[in-house]
Design a protein around this ligand. Structure first.
Ligand SMILES: *Cc1c(COP(=O)(O)O)cnc(C)c1O
Length: 365
């Protein structure tokens, strides 16, 4: 094939990201109309009604380019987080921020250290720049092994990524371990703290990563409107960094990388604190319910600080759930064929999952 000579080897060898199976696809396959999806960590409550209203009124303006500076969203978030406006960089999802960091800091010969299993996009964005991902296995409790990550840092390391809480395990790092690790890092690398699930955190000693922005230049904290704010389909996330790093990431982005509708919806969602609180409460109750009920079925579950739980339901069980119209995320791709990641749903969705698992287990005896 002629393109073999044109397409770069590091792109040719990329494994495409595997998204969760769409509800509509499974409904067509099974000929049913009540499929539930607990697979992509989306908000089961949906977006804030205020965000939906803002979207409706924003429709009339779509012939205009977005505000490339995201002026209003920037001002509102800077106030909320008590940071300078110049410290914020918006992206087409937090995913784009990962890509901007890779584009800004990585090339052939460079290394990026991250945990594994962790967010599947890390090795993809690193390889996409021709750099080398260095995946450090989680410890026995499926928590970041910070000593091993520290030991994996070499002269070639340009970026270190921490996912806290970690996707797909839901486990998190406490402040003491986190702070000691960050303090131990060399200055000449960029630290990415991916906090896509920050707003769901429940542990009391969850680290305050933002305090490191002034203490450790070269740090960027990632957050998103896709999870607790229920705007995954609009694609808007952001990074908070020290001014210097934020300035470089700004240069690397496209001028209109966040679309107009995403900007107005994110602004309205940010304003609807009641909705976010409800999402957090529904999630906390669902986490407690699933943890208790799955353990009651003899299924191993891990503590979670996010909107999903890691459960060891057994090999082949996610396919059986699929045939029952329930989509969860299998983790065979992470070398964990017995484990699945279950996004916490509405109470009735969680109950249907538990009932179905109970039935499948009884039938399997
Ligand atoms: C969902 C997720 C993201 C990014 O989500 P976007 O929709 O791109 O904002 C980033 N990191 C982790 C760990 C995630 O789970």
């Amino acid at each position: 094939m002629g393109l073999d000579r044109v397409v770069k080897p590091h792109i040719r060898s990329l494994e495409p990201y595997q998204p969760g199976k769409p509800i509509e696809e499974l409904e067509r396959e099974l000929g049913i109309d009540d499929v539930i999806k607990l697979a992509s960590n989306e908000s089961p409550l949906g977006p804030s009604p205020r965000a939906v209203a803002a979207l409706r009124s924003g429709l009339e303006g779509v012939h205009r380019y977005p505000d490339g500076a995201s002026f209003e969203l920037r001002r509102a978030l800077a106030r909320r987080l008590a940071v300078d406006e110049e410290q914020l960089v918006f992206g087409c999802g937090a995913d784009e921020l990962l890509e901007l960091v890779a584009k800004t800091c990585l090339g052939p010969g460079d290394e990026a250290v991250h945990a594994w299993p962790s967010f599947a996009m890390y090795p993809i964005v690193v390889r996409g720049m021709g750099a080398t991902p260095v995946a450090v296995p989680l410890d026995a409790d499926l928590v970041h092994d910070l000593d091993a990550m520290r030991a994996a840092i070499t002269e070639r390391t340009r970026v270190v990524m921490l996912c806290n809480p970690n996707n797909p395990t839901g486990t998190s790092l406490g402040a003491e371990a986190f702070d000691a690790f960050v303090a131990s890092l060399p200055e000449d690398l960029v630290l990415v703290v991916d906090e896509a699930y920050f707003e769901y955190r429940r542990r009391e000693d969850f680290p305050d990563a933002l305090t490191w922005l002034s203490r450790r230049p070269g740090t960027v904290v990632l957050r998103t409107f896709s999870k607790i704010y229920g705007l995954a389909g609009l694609r808007v996330g952001y990074g908070v960094a020290d001014r210097e790093l934020a300035g470089y990431l700004q240069r690397a982005r496209h001028p209109f990388n966040v679309n107009r509708l995403a900007e107005v919806a994110a602004l309205a969602a940010l304003d609807d604190e009641d909705h976010a609180r409800r999402s957090r409460d529904v999630n906390a109750a669902g986490a407690a319910y699933l943890t208790r009920e799955l353990a009651g079925l003899g299924i191993e579950v891990w503590p979670t600080d996010a909107n999903f739980v890691l459960a060891r339901i057994g090999e082949g069980q996610s396919e059986r759930l699929l045939r029952e119209g329930i989509i969860v995320r299998p983790l065979g791709g992470f070398g964990m064929p017995e484990h699945v990641r279950i996004s916490i749903g509405l109470p009735e969705e969680n109950e249907r999952l538990v009932k179905t698992l109970r039935r499948l287990r009884e039938a399997g005896r």
